[in-house]
Ligand binder design. Structure first.
Ligand SMILES: O=C(O)CCC(=O)C(=O)O
Ligand SMILES: [Fe+2]
Length: 304
């Protein structure tokens, strides 16, 4: 029996979903179906290969860099996406609002999604057609855009939630841009990661499939000298395949971090991924601004 929404009961819907997702991943990636999962995935990639968008050389270099390293850093403005100036002005409006939010016991506060959607230039940035081409080329399959997540990481030094090492379990590949909205140094909660190759070795040594890994356990298989801190100025974007590398938001100790994460996945991910919930009217308003190709990249509406 499932008890919807009551966090005090032993099995609520979230827990059930988490367990189901974990089981699915265990079976697909570890059990007897591992080889089959891989073969099916490779067949899908091969079938879509001839339909992949063609990219300009500089964009193809970005894709190749990401494929090689798992994480690359670029100033957001250098991507040359139309609407970048409007995007930055929207951040200048929202960051002070996020700063003014009372923190209470939540060390990763967010503004209400309804407020974020009042400045649609943020959401729409992720649906720029050239950016979608880059993402599709990297993912190798048709993609869905899951929206923008604006948050503040409060400098309490606590290793909670995604401040612990993990590999995202959603799919074979994922494309994320984690853009800083303030200057981020070692003490301000940078995105921290390991290279693809280092991740594979650590996964083997930890027998890792999914979940969070403590610093102590990680240090046992990968010395801190192999942990890479993506420090950078405001409006730099960390472009990452978070399904391919160990990563986390390093717990900030002195300065709060403000960031926005844009996410894209294939249209048939291994794990369901929450999209930005929207009221029907807002969803329709946004859809009306889009081309058919852009619309195809928007997943079905998640109701509020
Ligand atoms: O915000 C960060 O630095 C990383 C959070 C994370 O785990 C993710 O975006 O997948
Ligand atoms: Fe993650």
């Amino acid at each position: 029996m499932l008890y919807l929404g009551n966090k005090n009961l032993p099995l609520n819907l979230d827990t059930a979903k988490r367990i189901a997702n974990r089981l699915k991943r265990e079976v697909m990636l570890r059990g007897p179906f591992r080889v089959l999962t891989q073969r099916l995935y490779e067949a899908e990639l091969a079938a879509h290969a001839k339909s992949l968008p063609r990219l300009a050389d500089a964009d193809m270099d970005l894709v190749d860099d990401l494929r090689k390293n798992g994480v690359i850093q670029r100033p957001l403005a250098s991507l040359g996406i139309p609407g970048t100036d409007a995007l930055f002005s929207a951040f200048e409006t929202l960051v002070p609002e996020l700063r003014a939010l009372p923190v209470k016991d939540n060390n990763a506060p967010r503004l209400p999604i309804s407020r974020l959607l009042e400045l649609p230039e943020i959401y729409l940035f992720g649906l720029d057609s050239r950016l979608l081409d880059i993402v599709e080329r990297y993912v190798g399959l048709p993609v869905h855009y899951h929206g923008a997540d604006l948050r503040r990481e409060v400098a309490d030094g606590k290793a909670t939630d995604v401040r612990q090492w993990h590999v995202d379990a959603e799919d074979h590949r994922m494309f994320k841009i984690i853009a800083y909205l303030n200057d981020v140094t070692e003490v301000g909660g940078p995105f921290e990661y390991m290279t693809r190759e280092r991740t594979q070795r650590a996964c083997r040594d930890l027998h890792y499939v999914s979940g969070f890994v403590t610093d102590e356990r990680m240090e046992g298989v990968a010395p801190k000298t192999d942990w890479k801190m993506a420090i950078g100025p405001r409006y730099v974007g960390n472009i990452a395949d978070t399904c391919a590398v160990f990563h986390r938001a390093k717990p900030p100790v002195k300065v709060d971090r403000y960031s926005v994460t844009f996410s894209w996945l294939s249209r048939k991910p291994m794990k369901t991924y929450a999209s930005m919930p929207m009221p029907q009217a807002k969803y329709d308003e946004l859809m009306n601004k889009l081309s058919p190709r852009q619309r195809a990249c928007v997943p079905p509406r998640t109701p509020v």
